[in-house]
Design a protein. Sequence first.
Length: 249
Amino acid sequence: MTILPPEVAQQLRQAQRVVVLTGAGISAESGVPTFRDAQTGLWAQYDPHQLATPQAFMRNPKLVWDWYAWRRDLVTKVVPNPGHYALVAIEQRVPNFNLVTQNIDGLHRKAGSHEIVELHGNIFRVRCFTENVLVEDWNDLIGKGLPHCPNCGGFLRPDVVWFGETLPVEALAHAVKASQSADFFLVVGTSGIVQPAASLPFEAIDRGAMLVEVNPEPTPISPYVSYTLRGAAGIILPALVVAAWPDQA
Ligand code: BJW
């Protein structure tokens, strides 16, 4: 059983500006596979170079579409878990809150979080591969082979960020600014190796924030954190909320 240091709960309760960075691990208990977990991660089964780069899409758009259609179907059927809901509770209790997620599954919004920055896009949106603009009502375009842009006829693609692509400029700028002014930074369920998201916790420590990691496994961020809470987000985060606000439990 993970012991929750009382200082962490106390600092969270007193924090004015909280930033949470989430990765695939927070959705694992909802049944969404992570990327890099040895047996169950997506990259244990699939090659990211064949599926998550613009070059892969140009080589074989159908393969990439089919893979994302399978994942979209999967995340449509799952529901948020206690970890997602605990972050909603934190948002409701602190003066200033930003949730920065690398996840594309939409589960934070489904849980009820509001201040969400999606760094790697969202699997339920598509954009034109050629013009790079979002396309609404794209479901009607599916069914006759690969969907094409109603404007230019180019291929549509999932609105997610692949390797080698830049992150949405506004979302990244917002995440960096929030991290730089955080006094409590929680990093949850990410392996902390994909840049630039993995640098955000360091923006926060550089300015004196308390950095707390929730993850069953050590990560490259672990040596720099003030506290590590080893365990599943769906157990640790609700316990942290109760410890920080026992009067509201
Ligand atoms: C639990 C749990 C439970 C399990 N509870 N926890 C600087 C240095 C070196 C390389 C680069 C660099 N800057 C940029 C790069 C290149 C590249 C990069 O970072 N490569 C690294 C792999 C080395 N970055 C990029 O290309 C980015 N673009 C960019 O920077 O543009 C400018 C540029 C380009 C090129 C060169 C230089 C500059 C774009 C990155 C896009 C990432 N895209 C993906 C796919 C998104 C769409 C999709 O989902 O299909 O995003 S890859 C994948 O990794 C996905 C994730 O969001 C991301 C992070 O993964 P995450 O969330 O951390 O998941 P896992 O599986 O890795 O970890 C899960 C964790 O959960 C584990 O720790 C578990 O222990 C834990 N866990 N159960 C709590 N119950």
